[in-house]
Design a protein around this ligand. Structure first.
Ligand SMILES: Cc1cc2nc3c(=O)[nH]c(=O)nc-3n(C[C@H](O)[C@H](O)[C@H](O)COP(=O)(O)OP(=O)(O)OC[C@H]3O[C@@H](n4cnc5c(N)ncnc54)[C@H](O)[C@@H]3O)c2cc1C
Length: 503
């Protein structure tokens, strides 16, 4: 087997050859429309930063170029969120992560930070400059005495659940496999199968260990660097890079109920719509949860219903709303939490051009759900669409009562909803971005026309498209505080060398 050291030397050699033979002193061309790995010239600043990083990092960390062995295809859920970096740094220690950020700051090199790669926005965790991959921060540990779980920022939720399986404990995290803990937490998240019981992951976060923009190490919690702790729960990558999260552990039954069900055809989709509206209206207090996805794949109308209940059968008046529907696949069953999450085939939709948008609602009416089903069916037949999908997620009224103050305000009784479209042709990118944005606005207007007061509903940054206005995501007082904190914590605007919603 090739050792990491050999790969490191190889990477350095290739990097220096790149510097010698392919430097272009102008900025690199936009590569978003080029096939992956077809980039020509690269930027001098990025190359010099990569060369410095490859010499300075310790043996346990890696600096690799895309022309060596880094698996680009596997990096992001949507290929439109990927770019070919000049080099990718995989720091293995907090000190190497700090040194990496210091080098990037000194060179003023463009960079990005990637954890699970599930953002729908290009540039948020990809770059043609220096990519910092957190994948080597992959430790997961449970302390039963303190009832706390600590995990590295590079792990995905399914690996956390697999590790906790059989311990009798669980954490509030993502609902399908593959989602990274890094973006999920820092983007204000997140919504979990455990949210009706324990709130959002942000409400269960105890502390974080991170590298500040100036390259120093810091710990933040309610009692230590409290402003920073507030800011990283919804402030994205604007305040530094978190490498470790410590969260509350909750007792978890060995067996739970749920999984996924799929129905196809108009008649069945209508039944799912009625059941979803009924569940949303009636399931105000129970721990049962669903996500109904109304979508059209290759023009076929379809409904997918994901469900969870922390016991072997859900109480009457909750999931039984979905009885009597003719399912093409019925995967609701008694199983472990980890197998429930892994059973949901979300990765089947991975690897396509795509994008997210969001809207918020306080109730899910039948007319709105019917409009959604009709719209995704129509759009599903146009412009190289492979999937047009809207996820509706009703939560119990217990949720706002558990909300703690955080940069992303989730204290209202609004529910974040996700629009996800996927397509094949790069020529259709502009068309689909417009459809996503327009549909988000239409559904918001529809909810308001139904009488829903959305004045305290803020769009969830983790579902929001890159062009979303800051005022749509943050209350004015949170935005003002974020701006002040950012100026204090990052006066050199180091994190401005990467991309996220900017304040
Ligand atoms: C299939 C799918 C399922 C999803 N399910 C859920 C769900 O159940 N609940 C929910 O709330 N959301 C869900 N989401 C949304 C998800 O929370 C966001 O996409 C989130 O950003 C993913 O995090 P990531 O680490 O995978 O993404 P990445 O693309 O790696 O990162 C996203 C952003 O966070 C930044 N970032 C990542 N790690 C760090 C860090 N350690 N320090 C500082 N900045 C960091 C990156 O720089 C980037 O800007 C889902 C998304 C998809 C595509």
């Amino acid at each position: 087997m090739t050792s990491p050291i050999t790969l490191r030397v190889l990477a350095q050699l290739i990097l220096f050859c790149s510097i010698a033979f392919s430097v272009n002193t102008t900025a690199s061309p936009a590569i978003s429309s080029l096939p992956l790995q077809s980039r020509g010239a690269v930027n001098t600043t990025s190359l010099h930063a990569c060369a410095a990083l490859s010499l300075s990092s310790s043996a346990s960390s890696l600096v690799v170029t895309p022309f060596t062995f880094f698996d680009l295809a596997d990096q992001h859920y949507m290929i439109t969120s990927s770019q070919v970096s000049t080099c990718t740094v995989q720091p293995a220690t907090a000190q190497d992560l700090a040194a990496t950020l210091k080098t990037i700051a000194a060179k003023r090199a463009k960079f990005a930070v990637v954890a699970g790669g599930h953002t729908g926005n290009q540039g948020f965790s990809s770059t043609d400059g220096v990519l910092i991959s957190l994948e080597k921060f992959n430790e997961i540990s449970l302390d039963k005495n303190t009832q706390q779980v600590t995990y590295g920022a590079g792990v995905t939720w399914d690996t956390v659940y697999n590790t906790l399986e059989g311990t009798g404990y669980n954490v509030v995290g993502g609902r399908v496999a593959g989602v990274g803990v890094g973006g999920y937490h820092t983007g204000g998240g997140g919504y979990s199968w455990l949210s009706n019981q324990f709130g959002l992951a942000a409400d269960n976060l105890i502390s974080v260990d991170m590298v500040l923009p100036n390259g120093t190490l810091a710990t933040a919690s309610e009692s230590n660097n409290a402003d920073l702790f507030w800011a990283i729960r919804g402030g994205g990558n604007r305040f530094g890079i978190v490498y470790s999260f410590t969260v509350k552990a909750h007792p978890q039954p060995a067996q739970v109920y749920g999984g996924y069900r799929i129905a196809i055809g108009d008649a069945n989709v209508q039944k799912v719509i009625s059941a979803t509206a009924k569940f949303a209206a009636n399931n105000t207090a129970s721990a049962a949860q669903i996500i109904t996805t109304l979508n059209s794949e290759l023009g076929i109308p379809r409904a997918i219903v994901l469900a969870y209940y922390p016991g072997t059968s859900a109480p009457a008046g909750s999931l039984d709303a979905f009885d009597g529907i003719s399912w093409l696949i019925d995967g609701w069953k008694v199983q472990t939490f980890s197998s429930l999450v892994s059973s949901i085939p979300s990765n089947l939709q991975k690897g396509q051009r795509g994008g997210f948008e969001s809207f918020a609602v306080k109730t899910l009416s039948v007319p709105m759900l019917q409009y959604i089903a009709k719209t995704v069916a129509t759009l599903g037949k146009s412009h190289s669409a492979t999937l047009t999908s809207i996820e509706v997620e009703p939560f119990a009224s217990t949720l706002p009562g558990m909300a703690k103050s955080a940069a992303w305000d989730h204290s209202s009784n609004a529910w974040p909803q996700a629009i996800y479209f996927a397509w094949t042709s790069s020529a259709d990118d502009v068309y689909w971005r417009k459809q996503l944005v327009d549909l988000g606005k239409t559904l918001t207007a529809m909810a308001q026309a139904e009488g829903q007061d959305l004045s305290d509903a803020y769009l969830y940054p983790n579902y929001a498209g890159a062009g979303t206005a800051l005022s749509a995501m943050y209350p004015p007082e949170n935005l003002a505080r974020l701006k002040t904190l950012r100026a204090e914590i990052d006066p050199q605007n180091v994190m401005g060398l990467t991309t996220w919603f900017d304040f």
